[in-house]
Write a protein of this length. Structure first.
Length: 491
């Protein structure tokens, strides 16, 4: 039948076509052709709408089970190569490959509610994903929901199982473009898109729009992590009015070295860890969104801009109510940062400013003051460490913010200034309203200012209130720096 392959068979009328093929999924103009076996094949719409990989350069494609493959989580899908009949393939740790040539189009469909599982530890994770041989390059397009429901995927908007598509293209350098891919789900589940494209180092171009308004825990976690080829122009804005959930955006763009601006994040009701490490190590980032929330959930901004070495100006932080670790490591290692935002909160929970500006080596501008009404420990943490290592390693800083404790000494709670200015070699002026080392009355008897001025300038001025005149001033790294002048000011 080779002489008849791929010729135009005939064009039928609507009436005879619907009589014979009613209920099957074809599309106009219902053109048929004779395939290599002499069978008549109609151009089914599913070949166009389903998830498909469009091959740019030849190689072998694998449908692979990764992670903890014992006992594993094998999943069967079907593929159609260049419109040919569908073939089942089951994932494994050592899968057989599908050879592909440049110009091939391979479509996929399946009927699995989830393709991955994640436990509490990194060793308790397994996911199914596409990978390929060296040299293979392809674009991804079509509707990814064809993997969830092979028949009704066009109208499907809700995932029904956790970790639905987690890691689907994880660590896939063969993937070059997803501008034609659709991710239409609005009903998200735990980890549904987590790590979906992480470590796709050759990915370029526009990323799919994400229409969901109600987030789920870890839904977008590490979704584009280490996609170093993406730029801010490739990231569409997300809908307004989002309802956040725990870790929903954590690590989403971690390591995306090409991003220069963040997406807008207008939500004022946050969730625990919602933005944790979201833009960590985005080394080209210079423009950041406003962060308008006045109440910050625990760890909401944990490490959010950590390692953003090009960031000069931080966003304002208007929050007056903080959760534990709210700003923990938020700007750690931002080596170009010149100024800090004001910090208006006065009730400080555990670890809220811990390492917030550590190693910001260009930092010279700090808040005029940090005022503390009281310190609050978390139920599981007997110490607070609110400002531990907050400015450690800020070698350009010459004057510290005035530190004011309105309740002094702080009863039964460590104030947590350990290593606060450690290694600030240019620091020459500090003003406080307490005697360092005597700030709390904890039964531990520890010094909550331990090493807080180790490595500051050899000379400087330390300001204490007049009410402390006459008290013994200890000179060491945990109290007042040796070699500094003490001056008293009116309370």
């Amino acid at each position: 039948m080779g002489e008849t392959q791929d010729y135009l068979h005939r064009i039928g009328t609507v009436a005879e076509f619907t009589e014979r093929y009613w209920g099957e999924d074809y599309h106009e103009p219902w053109v048929s052709r004779v395939d290599e076996d002499g069978d008549v094949e109609y151009n089914r719409r599913i070949d166009r709408d389903a998830l498909r990989l469009e091959v740019e350069s030849a190689g072998t494609l694998y449908w692979r089970m990764s992670g903890n493959t014992s006992p594993g989580l094998a999943r069967t899908v079907s593929y159609s190569l260049n419109g040919r009949p569908w073939v089942d393939v089951t994932s494994s740790a050592s899968p057989e490959g599908i050879p592909l040539e440049a110009g091939d189009v391979i479509a996929f469909r399946g009927d699995n509610a989830s393709y991955a599982f994640s436990g509490e530890t990194s060793g308790d994770r397994v996911w199914n994903c596409f990978s390929g041989s060296m040299g293979l390059k392809f674009r991804a397009a079509g509707n990814v929901m064809s993997l969830i429901d092979s028949v009704n995927f066009r109208k499907l908007r809700d995932f029904t199982a956790d970790f639905a598509l987690m890691g689907l293209f994880r660590g896939c350098p063969q993937l070059t473009d997803v501008s034609g891919l659709r991710l239409p789900a609005t009903g998200l589940t735990l980890g549904c898109y987590a790590h979906m494209f992480s470590d796709c180092g050759n990915l370029r171009g526009r990323t799919p729009y994400l229409p969901a308004v109600r987030m789920a825990r870890s839904c977008y976690r590490s979704m584009w992590q280490n996609c170093v080829g993406l730029t801010s122009a490739d990231i569409p804005e997300m809908p307004e009015g989002k309802v956040l959930d725990e870790k929903c955006f954590s690590n989403m763009f971690n390591g995306c070295a090409g991003l220069t601006d963040t997406v807008e994040l207008p939500e004022t009701t946050l969730a625990q860890d919602c933005y944790a490490y979201m833009y960590r190590d985005c080394v080209s980032l210079t423009g950041v969104t406003e962060l308008p929330a006045t109440r910050v959930s625990p760890s909401a901004y944990f490490g959010m801009f950590m390692g953003c070495s090009a960031l000069v100006t931080p966003p304002a932080l208007p929050a007056t109510s903080l959760g534990y670790s709210s700003y923990h490591e938020m700007f750690l290692g931002c080596s170009s940062l010149l100024n800090t935002p004001d910090l208006p909160a006065t009730v400080l929970p555990s670890w809220c400013y811990h390492r917030m500006f550590q190693d910001c080596v260009s930092l010279t501008g700090v808040p005029r003051s940090i005022t503390v009404d009281r310190c609050v420990r978390t139920p599981s943490d007997n110490s607070c460490m609110q400002m531990q290592m907050m400015f450690q390693g800020c070698v350009a800083l010459t004057a510290a913010p005035e530190i004011i404790f309105r309740t002094y000494p702080t009863p039964d709670v460590d104030a947590g200034l350990n290593s606060m200015f450690r290694g600030c070699s240019s620091l020459r002026e500090i003003k406080v309203n307490f005697m360092p080392g005597n700030l709390s009355t904890t039964s531990s008897g520890g010094n909550d200012c331990a090493l807080w001025v180790e490595g500051v300038a050899a000379s400087g001025t330390f300001h204490l209130p007049e009410s402390l005149r006459g008290q013994t001033v200890r000179r060491d790294d945990g109290h007042v720096p040796t070699g500094w002048t003490v001056r008293y000011y009116q309370d």
